[in-house]
Design a protein around this ligand. Structure first.
Ligand code: BMA
Length: 327
């Protein structure tokens, strides 16, 4: 493999070979969905969730909408990253500031290891949606920090290392409802409290990514640039359709787009992606990558109801982005 992937060796991530006759850049796990909607007693649905390696095991932060249809985030653990134990109670954040610690709602978490701990970002209710930030060392105690931005904002995704000496985050400014617009922006912070140096990364184009776009998993660092997997939305006569694409961003100036897929790499096509509480949604929030082989397991929500996995090789994805790019 000539592509260099920066990240840990993870020989134990879930994997299934490409099915015979399949020529797509990503293929779905045959046993999808990996997390059913009713895994824990309170859950209406478990989707748009984030997983990370944790020693020889895996941990995650899961979006659980409960049977009162409140949006909550729960901690979870797994030995194989496929069979998950999810805590029955939502995460209770420890927070020094009552104003910020007053939990209203939380959804669409992302999790990343930076330097010495795991950071969680999520869409956090504070006079409308904005980006909540917390850290944990053990997935038992979570310490909540300041919200990164003013409302309204969604899809806050941290880079896995500092860039030019600062923490770096992608986000998508939005409105207070089912936002009919949205571009991806980049911001930097010296301390995870004060954010600035905001830069426009990319906007909507046509087709599957014509209404709004938002970053998905933590960007993957490679010798060709950051691989940013993202969701894109089309407005059909029956509402929004959420698909997945990918872009390559400059390593030192990630607001510079090197290449970007014109076709989607995953779109709602199976039953569990097309039928559920919100039909026609594939929404990626995490990817496990083995840097030795380039194997990738992409975690995504199906129809705002269940959690599913798709597989691919990072080197194939990078080639696909370059071969199918329209900026
Ligand atoms: C977005 C978010 C996602 C959801 C998607 C489709 O605005 O709320 O959590 O998956 O809509 O409903």
């Amino acid at each position: 493999m000539s592509l260099k992937i920066v990240g840990p060796s993870l020989p134990n991530i879930p994997w299934e070979d490409r099915p015979r006759g399949n020529s797509e850049v990503l293929w779905r796990y045959s046993q999808n969905p990996v997390i059913p909607r009713d895994l824990i007693p309170c859950s209406n649905s478990i989707f748009n969730s984030a997983v990370v390696p944790y020693g020889d095991e895996f941990r995650g932060v899961f979006r659980v909408d409960n049977k009162a249809r409140e949006m909550r985030i729960h901690s979870g653990s797994s030995q194989d990253a496929l069979n998950w134990t999810i805590e029955h109670e939502p995460i209770q954040f420890v927070c020094d500031d009552e104003e910020i610690g007053n939990f209203v709602y939380g959804y669409d978490p992302r999790v990343v290891w930076i330097e010495d701990r795991y950071y969680v970002t999520w869409c956090n209710g504070y006079h409308g949606p904005t980006i909540g930030v917390a850290y944990t060392e053990d997935f038992e105690t979570f310490y909540q920090l300041e919200n990164a931005f003013l409302p309204f904002n969604r899809n806050g995704v941290l880079f896995p290392r500092k860039i030019n000496g600062s923490f770096a985050m992608l986000s998508r400014p939005s409105d207070n409802g089912h936002t009919p617009f949205g571009d991806i922006f980049y911001s930097e912070s010296p301390d995870l409290t004060y954010w600035g140096k905001h830069r426009h990364v990319m906007g909507t184009t046509v087709g599957w990514q014509s209404t709004k776009i938002g970053a998905g998993p933590i960007p993957i660092e490679t010798s060709e640039g950051w691989v940013m997997i993202y969701h894109g939305v089309l407005t059909s006569c029956n509402g929004f359709v959420y698909s997945v694409g990918a872009a390559l961003l400059d390593l030192d100036q990630p607001w510079k787009v090197i290449a970007r897929t014109s076709p989607y790499i995953l779109s709602p096509q199976t039953y569990y992606e097309c039928v559920g509480d919100v039909p026609n949604v594939v929404f990626p929030c995490a990817a496990l990558v083995d840097s030795d082989t380039g194997r990738m397991a992409l975690y995504y929500g199906g129809a705002d109801t269940v959690t599913a996995v798709a597989f691919g090789f990072v080197q194939d994805l990078v080639q696909f982005i370059k071969d199918n790019s329209k900026i």
